[in-house]
Design a protein around this ligand. Structure first.
Ligand code: ADP
Ligand code: MG
Length: 255
């Protein structure tokens, strides 16, 4: 199983949206996909309609217990989060190997999945380092705005630190522009600015434009494909999905 952390310390850039819809895309391609929500805000769990009456959450993984896996749709499952996860940082701050809880929990999961997507919180904290320590890849949704660069250097520094100190298998899979509006800053300028600040990463060619359909899907607790497979929003997301999948295949992370 290959594990991908969906990370950006900024909120609202599309981490939970890409986890939900890339998960649905992978499932549609026949990959058995597990999503793990490690954000106490639990947006991903809510938009997957797995948040009411749940007995077990990702909190169990951080307490050395086996978390329950919930089915979302064919080939797509989730380990949900809930507000009760909010206190976990204080709970594990003094624990031995506090960055390794998620990695250990993932290693104990049943051998049922091809891909695991970890939806990170909008912060750089012990939970995020747990996600990075457990992953082979980092996928970064970004918005095409100047404020997108705030904290970006710090994010790459943390990724390097985790690679050097905890997880030599970690690499950046790539970033992509979400909520793209053609009239704002173009991708090339963004890439240039990234290089200017010394961050050399692969930006996927596919951009996901801003569409109301994403909010509609969220409200309906469905994927972007479920609410309209022929929509422009679904097409944008499918193109991104194939591009990411090709990169995973080219790196022998998946067949
Ligand atoms: N391409 C898009 N077009 C329109 N709305 C989007 C798009 N991507 C995400 N959104 C919306 O933006 C909000 C924040 O997205 P979310 O995935 O929750 O961000 P994050 O997990 O990074 O905080 C959500 O309401 C989501 O529906
Ligand atoms: Mg989120």
């Amino acid at each position: 199983m290959v594990t991908i952390a969906v990370m950006n310390q900024k909120g609202g850039v599309g981490k939970s949206t890409v986890t939900r819809n890339f998960g649905a895309f992978l499932a549609s391609q026949g990959y058995r996909t597990l999503m793990i929500d490690v954000d106490a805000q639990s947006n991903l769990s809510q938009i997957c309609n797995v948040s009411a009456d749940i007995e077990s959450t990702v909190l169990d993984a951080f307490r050395n217990q086996v978390p329950q896996i919930y089915n979302v749709s064919e080939n797509l499952s989730i380990i949900p989060s809930s507000l009760s996860f909010a206190g976990i940082e204080l709970e594990i701050i003094g624990a031995m190997q506090r960055e390794m809880f998620l990695s250990k929990a993932i290693k104990k999961l049943p051998d049922e999945f091809d891909i695991c997507l970890v939806d990170c919180p909008p912060a750089i904290n012990i939970i995020t380092t747990n996600a990075l320590a457990a992953s082979q890849w980092v996928l970064i949704p970004m918005e095409a705005s100047l404020t997108a660069f705030n904290g970006l250097e710090m994010m790459f520094k943390i990724i390097s630190m985790v690679r050097d100190g905890l997880n030599p298998d970690l690499s950046v899979l790539g970033a992509f522009i979400n909520k793209y509006k053609e009239k704002t800053v173009i991708a090339r300028e963004i890439l240039q600015t990234m290089e200017d600040i010394g961050v050399h990463i692969a930006l996927f060619n596919s951009k996901v434009r801003q569409f109301e359909d994403f909010k509609k899907a969220e409200f309906a607790k469905k994927s972007i494909f479920d609410i309209g497979n022929g929509s422009l929003a679904a097409a944008d997301f499918r193109a991104l999905g194939f591009e990411i999948l090709d990169k995973l295949k080219a790196n022998n992370s998946i067949r």
